[in-house]
Write a protein that binds this ligand. Sequence first.
Ligand code: CA
Length: 228
Amino acid sequence: MARTILIIEDEAKIVRTVRLYLEQAGYGVVWATDGTQGLAAFRHEKPALVILDLNLPGQLDGLDVCRTLRRDSNVPIIMLTARTEEADRLIGLELGADDYITKPFSPREVVARVRAVLRRAEQPESPSQIIEASDIRADLQRRAVTVAGVPVEMTANEFDLLVALMRHPGRVYTRAQLLELTQGTTYEGYERTIDQHVKNLRQKIEPDPPQPRYLLTVRSVGYKFTED
Ligand code: CA
């Protein structure tokens, strides 16, 4: 069965093109033109992924929609943003969006990102693969994490990033390497998303996020998982 992608975007021209390319790639597409419709469509259609424009008409903007979706769902979210919306984009990532695409973009890029995000979210791992480092245990098959025995919810991106770092405790990774490992891209413009994902992860797994115990910053290089 074709997986459904929900596009929440008021610009019909953008939607028409993106929809065409997604359908050619084998996805089903549902379209909503504002946040309220978008949330209703999300509940009815149970899409595999949401493409969410930040700038929407009506009562709810893209950030409101992102916040609401994240309240009870880990559905992958790709945000569409204009170049002038840098601050909003970072807030979106803070709210748990998985990726963003800056307008203007090519529809091919959208399809590639959708594939990559879905692949990360749905990747079946070999059975009962467990990675443990320090107090953290990641179940690759269930994509579930516990910290000192307590389950912690996270998005697909955060999980992949954490696992990449946990595989080699003490090894230092640059942002570009982490991007490549977790998202299959090395595009420089997206390196800041790694910082945001690390920040979100710390909020979720660190007992004292400002003084991280597990996810350590290596100044002017990148990040590593603690060797302890
Ligand atoms: Ca718009």
